[in-house]
Design a protein. Sequence first.
Length: 82
Amino acid sequence: MYISIDLDALDPAFAPGVSHHEPGGLTVRDILSILQQLDAPVIGADIVEYNPSRDINGMTAMVCAKLYKELAALLLRDCREA
């Protein structure tokens, strides 16, 4: 499975540093919950739509770092199991 996380899907309260805000969007916990439930092997991933010029206090950058860490853990998990 290839995972692509589009930050525009997050609620602006959690990710203000995107170009297209989605009020009522996903929370970071929603995405983490989905990632933790995956059973298929993960072969690659990306995080898209980060806009640093709209990021408040680096909040979205921190969300990106958290999601990157979780994706890396999934990739390492599946690499070891192969």
